[in-house]
Write a protein that binds this ligand. Sequence first.
Ligand SMILES: Cc1ncc(COP(=O)(O)O)c(C=O)c1O
Length: 456
Amino acid sequence: MALTDFIKKYRKNKRVLFTTPSHGQGNFIVPECKKYLGSKFYSCDYSEIEEMDNLSNPTGILKAIQDSAAYIYDAKDAFFLTNGATSGIIAAMYSVLCRGDKVLIARNCHKSIYNGLVLTGAVPVWILPQYNREWGIYESINIDYLEETLSRNRDIKAFIMTNPTYEGAMSDIYRISSVCKKYSVFLIVDEAHGALWNFHKAIGTPALVQGADIVVQSLHKTAGALNPSSILLVNKDCKIPRERFQEALNLITTTSPSYPLLLNIDATINYLDSDKGWQKLVELTKNVNRFIRAVKNIPNLQVYQYNNDITKILIKVTNMSGFELSDILFSKYDIEDECANEKSVLFLTGLGTDKVKLKKLEKALNSLCSEYIKITDEKREYKEFYNTEPRVRYTPNAVWGRKYKELEVKYSMSRVCMELICDYPPGIPVIIPGEVIKKEHIEYLEGKKATVKVLL
Ligand SMILES: Cc1ncc(COP(=O)(O)O)c(C=O)c1O
């Protein structure tokens, strides 16, 4: 039974509740909240009362809806996350890693993996994905490089990678998972941006199907759910018991999960799995493909099309930095993108992207390329940063809470960094606490910030 139907049925028994939440399912609502959220939202906001189950030890309706999701995703276990993919990533790390365990991590990871390193005390070994300088983005993991790294570090316990990347680039998870299996390494895939893949295989192939052990998805990024609805999925072949994941999640998540969010996760998955959901995804892919065909013909404009998730549209314009393109679209056309870098701009599409929105962007790009291109026709040098092999002096856990001082960026060479530095979006660390500050960090940071925290 869907959580919506369960709540509808429950409400019929008119039980008088002296429990949290104190708004009493909308018995009183702060007027301004009522105006914006509506009383329906409050009417389904419960806590772990009789019959409503308990997300930290589910045995009733919450177990049933998670089991139903596991069936839909063809997973051994599914866990609904009301604290975002961030909580799923940290829980996945806690489930597999103990203090001192070595974990291989692709450096284009989201900053939540840094949080997981601080909390678990695991020791990071970094692997650099291929970097595309033309577009200013990370791409896939090189399989030979992965195999070589694992063969040199036989004590690595898990490999964590992002797939697709923030910009939609995809790696060959089939081959990556078989390399991981060869070296008895757990494969954890941050699939935050691939939540539509289980429901329309032409957009991308889910990591779970390709042999990943643990997968985390954000349903709010492309799949139309409310922030921060997410899901953690466990492969049928994964030997880690369900209890371990539950314990890990209970360590880091609230004891008052939002029922409106749980309802939202359940309903979103059921919708995506339905005929209507399928039609919606067919329409979305059709619209995006039509848009790409149209803008590809605009002179001086290029669309990124190399083995990527098409719902992430990456565009660049000749002799214009991604930041300039982004600024012009924002200030002159009232269009805001997901993220820009030195070379390109990312437009995120998903269930809420229709033909009208895409048409506006197409018109703006057409006009922009004819008007602005003339102003910026000289070749420019852009300041960009991509990671070279990080020099890890201490693990993030070992330096957590240690004393530091602020130093002018230009004097920080070879010091141990004590702050997580990353642009957000995309939330990919430039340097993390415990790593040595190198020349390229200083070049990148100068002009962006005056001082940096270094270990005393
Ligand atoms: C690649 C990647 N992983 C994980 C996350 C964290 O997701 P959430 O916001 O659902 O916690 C993000 C957020 O931007 C992300 O881009």
